[in-house]
Design a protein around this ligand. Structure first.
Ligand code: SAM
Length: 471
């Protein structure tokens, strides 16, 4: 029985409720009046239910789809302005005991060289990331009880926060590691992580079990209930996602929104972020072996409808996506992107762009400076802000600020101040010029006069060498 307040995976992600939602959406996909009324209602930025969102996703009427896109863009603008938060993944270890059939790290892969970074190697990688200008990382690791135990992850986090090279600093470490215990989540929280990220891959239990035939990850309920344990362990910023291309996208899209509804209903706080990775080719993985891959058009529609359905949730895409695809989804809803990424263990200190230990093939191979310039040319403000969780604005405190539209008073000046730091310390002269021009223009959009005055003072102090201001 579907029960969004239940702690059991199969009740808050109820298979029959997803099938019924799909059948309902199919019955109503040509009901223009109903779809139109939902789009109009969503204008209030209060979101939509999983069923309503699925109906929008199922609609193929061109005029209505255009209307959805226009609404998604307006919501994006209202909550995030033109700011885009930057991050980089850091692959710690590709040792893994799981058997995920789509991932090259799977335990039976004998062709991929296995590598785990030592603390000395982490210092080198993070120094290279700091020298690019990054302030926010997402740690990635395979699941291996003896090679990558929680103690290794905790030690690595401590190492990373401790590295201060020139003006560099990693100020927020997000963590994407396998589902674990409440006790381990508590330890991660105590280590000062930002968001705990875990992708569901697919919400379809039977297919999940086929895609994860061996290893701890094969336990569907344990994996699906991970965010509940994370919340119990005190982590209130969690990031969910599915790997699009594994299961029929409408099923997973519905499951994803049901998961968000469950977290919101049970813990008073929905997911901090939603990621929308798409399956990519990798070492021994051929995407042709998966018959559910989705087109760019459907991908864009997924992003737009997520934006409409959960306006308060950050949305992330990685360098799995090409420059062209990234450009489109940025305007439709994505608020965080990675730049200059390496998806191989030790990839930031090796010269070549492609490395044989990669988790997936990077589609967008540009440097961070190139990505920043591209964003500036498109009219965005690249932001290296990490202020919220450092100011205690996490979980429901963060959400209530976002829902009241208050967060912009902090985000806009924080984005400009951290971008100014990037300009002073890392940008090429051409990019620096573009940043200065943008700051002069965008500082006027800080509406609160007091905050604007302080931000202008801080921008001057940054030019004089001071760092790390935040609201
Ligand atoms: N080991 C942890 C786990 O299994 O959840 C987290 C790290 S894993 C390195 C990060 C994510 O990469 C996975 O959750 C999966 O969605 C994604 N991934 C795996 N294989 C991929 C592929 N071939 N293409 C794109 N993304 C992939």
């Amino acid at each position: 029985m579907y029960n969004k307040l239940s702690s059991k995976a199969e009740e808050f992600i109820d298979h029959q409720e997803i099938l019924d939602s799909i059948a309902w959406a199919d019955e109503n996909r040509d009901n223009k009046e109903l779809i139109n009324s939902l789009i109009e209602r969503a204008e209030d930025c209060k979101g939509l239910t999983h069923r309503e969102a699925l109906l929008l996703l199922s609609c193929e009427d061109e005029e209505l789809v255009e209307k959805m896109y226009a609404l998604a863009k307006r919501i994006k603008k209202a909550f995030y302005g033109n700011r885009i938060v930057m991050f980089a993944p850091l692959y710690l270890s590709n040792y893994c005991v799981n058997g995920c059939v789509y991932c090259p790290y799977h335990g039976k892969n004998r062709t991929i060289p296995r590598k785990k970074l030592s603390q000395e190697e982490i210092i080198k990688e993070v120094t290279a990331l700091q020298d690019m200008g990054h302030k926010r990382l997402a740690l990635e690791a395979g699941e291996h009880p003896t090679m990558n135990p929680i103690e290794y992850i905790l030690e690595s986090i401590k190492t990373i926060y401790g590295i201060k090279h020139k003006n560099g600093a990693i100020r927020r470490v997000n963590v994407n590691i396998a589902a674990t215990t409440v006790e381990n989540y508590r330890k991660l929280k105590e280590a000062g992580i930002g968001t705990y990220i875990l992708f569901q891959e697919t919400y379809h239990k039977t297919d999940y079990e086929k895609l994860h035939p061996t290893g701890p990850k094969s336990d569907y309920a344990y994996h699906t209930e991970a965010m509940d344990r994370a919340m119990q362990g005190g982590i209130d910023d969690v990031g969910i996602g599915v790997l699009f291309g594994l299961e029929r996208y409408r099923y997973d899209f519905t499951g994803l929104l049901m998961h968000a509804e469950h977290l919101e209903a049970k813990y008073g706080c929905g997911p901090h972020t939603i990621s929308v990775p798409r399956l990519c080719p990798a070492d021994d993985i051929d995407t042709k072996d998966f018959d559910n891959t989705i087109s760019d058009e459907i991908f864009q529609k997924i992003v737009a409808v997520i934006r409409i359905a959960v306006p308060y949730t950050g949305m992330i895409i990685s360098t799995r996506e090409s420059q062209k695809s990234r450009e489109k989804v940025l305007e439709l809803g994505v608020s965080q992107i990675s730049g200059g990424s390496r998806t191989s263990v030790g990839g930031y200190t090796t010269v070549e762009r492609h490395n044989e230990t990669s988790q997936f093939d990077v589609s967008d191979q540009r440097s961070l400076n190139e990505v920043i310039e591209w964003l500036l040319d498109l009219g965005y403000i690249p932001s290296f802000c990490t202020a919220c969780y450092r100011e205690g604005r996490t979980g429901d405190r963060f959400m209530s600020l976002v829902k009241k539209g208050q967060i912009a008073n902090c985000c806009q000046p924080n984005a400009l101040m951290t971008l100014k730091e990037y300009a002073e310390d890392y940008a090429t002269p051409e990019v620096k010029e573009k940043i200065y021009k943008l700051i002069d223009k965008e500082i006027l959009n800080v509406t609160n006069p007091n905050i604007r005055r302080i931000a202008i003072e801080n921008l001057k102090k940054i030019a004089d060498g001071e760092r790390d201001f935040r609201f």
